[in-house]
Write a protein that binds this ligand. Structure first.
Ligand SMILES: [Zn+2]
Length: 90
């Protein structure tokens, strides 16, 4: 495990956005952006959080670290489950 304190679960995504201006080109399908969002699933619901470009690289890194750590935890859990089956868990 590395840097658990930066854990940030989610999926980075990029999407265009409509503004509130009636006559704007975005009403004809030319969306603003694209902007970066973090799609987060928590407490039984998903939402997207806007990611300012100034922190986009840091967020991407933290999301990647989190994914690696969770894969590691899943592996350790599998090993411990196997030990439990063999009654070898300490
Ligand atoms: Zn617009």
């Amino acid at each position: 495990m590395s840097d658990p304190e930066v854990t940030l679960r989610g999926v980075l995504m990029s999407k265009g956005r409509r503004c509130s201006s009636e006559g704007c080109r975005c009403r004809r399908g030319e969306l603003h952006g694209p902007y970066t969002y973090l799609a987060v699933y928590a407490d039984g619901r998903s939402r997207t959080v806007y990611v300012p470009s100034a922190v986009e690289a840091a967020v991407a890194e933290h999301v990647a670290v989190t994914q690696r750590n969770e894969e590691l935890l899943a592996e350790v859990s599998q090993i411990n489950l196997e030990l439990l089956r063999r009654r070898a868990l300490e």
